[in-house]
Design a protein around this ligand. Structure first.
Ligand code: SAM
Length: 282
């Protein structure tokens, strides 16, 4: 297979140039390829090979502007990126106005986060977003609560949290206004996807407009849940139904759009399309 080339749209190129301080296209490409090589040594996800970490795809979310407006309507609104990798989505929302001290990422690998500082030529001081290194399925990092009888009566502590000091997401239960999850759900089988959704739902504030949203691979419409190796692709409908089981009837709006890919196969993953989805509190 021919290696994919580093290609970004003009808007993303310009932001990469601003954030890295590298204006020459050639120099930037060299820098990005060096980062890609290091990222592949941490874990060679297909999206690293496809340069997804250099794109600010969060802007493609159909509700991106609605999400950004939460800064104005929710006091001290917190933005969480789950499986944040090098932190490209967080850089984009901060560029678009979300206060950096109210943003936080979680990733299994702190090495990806550190590589993000190298890629964007920042430091924890110049880009002081919070970061939790750990497994989202580890109950110490985030215990599942939805479905427990005490959850609907839970009253969150609304004192301001210093996200930089967090080593777990537990203090953020029912505190997060926007949770972004991109290219993560399809890494797990359906049962684990439900577990992940349950954990994330327990972090969401129930204020109107609070949202969990993202994008990942789904099985094409004619197929049901498809397991491929460790990956599992829900159909768009089954993914939406999964979310509906976690919230009281009529308390959230679940929407999705499928971007049909040309029928080309990516390595072992077979046929899949891309879903952009959101679960928004009414
Ligand atoms: C395929 S990459 C997607 C990265 C980024 N969200 C994007 O769209 O470019 C999946 C990311 O999720 C992280 N991840 C995988 N399993 C995880 C887990 N159990 N807990 C936390 N992060 C996890 C990986 O380390 C990796 O950075």
């Amino acid at each position: 297979m021919v290696n994919p080339r580093f290609e970004v749209d003009p808007e993303d190129l310009s932001l990469l140039q601003t954030l890295t301080g590298i204006s020459s296209r050639e120099e930037l490409e060299e820098h990005i390829i060096a980062v890609q090589n290091k990222a592949n040594r941490i874990h060679n996800y297909p999206c690293i090979g496809l340069f997804v970490f250099t794109k600010f795809n969060i802007k493609l979310s159909p509700n991106y502007h609605q999400v950004l407006s939460l800064i104005d309507t929710h006091k001290d609104a917190i933005f969480l990126d789950v499986g944040c990798c090098v932190g490209n989505a967080l850089r984009k929302v901060v560029t678009d106005g979300w206060p950096v001290e109210n943003t936080i990422g979680i990733d299994l690998s702190k090495e990806f986060w550190d590589l993000g500082h190298e890629m964007f030529r920042s430091t924890p001081e110049s880009f002081p977003a919070g970061f939790v290194g750990g497994d989202i399925f580890d109950d110490v990092i985030l215990a599942p609560t939805i479905g427990r009888s005490d959850d609907s009566n839970f009253i969150p502590n609304l004192e301001r949290v210093n996200l930089r000091n967090l080593t777990s997401l537990a203090p953020l239960r029912h505190r997060v206004s926007a949770i972004y999850v991109c290219n993560v759900f399809h890494l797990f089988h359906a049962e684990k996807q439900l577990d992940l959704a349950r954990r994330l739902a327990s972090l969401l504030t129930r204020q109107s407009g609070s949202v969990i949203f993202g994008s990942h691979g789904v099985a094409p419409a004619q197929l049901a849940v498809t397991n491929v190796g460790p990956n599992s692709f829900h159909s768009a409908e089954s993914f939406a139904s999964m979310w509906a089981t976690l919230f009281e009837a009529d308390s959230v709006e679940i929407s999705w759009k499928v971007k049909v890919r040309p029928r080309k196969k990516l390595s072992v993953l077979g046929e899949w399309d891309i879903i952009w989805w959101s679960v928004t509190c009414k």
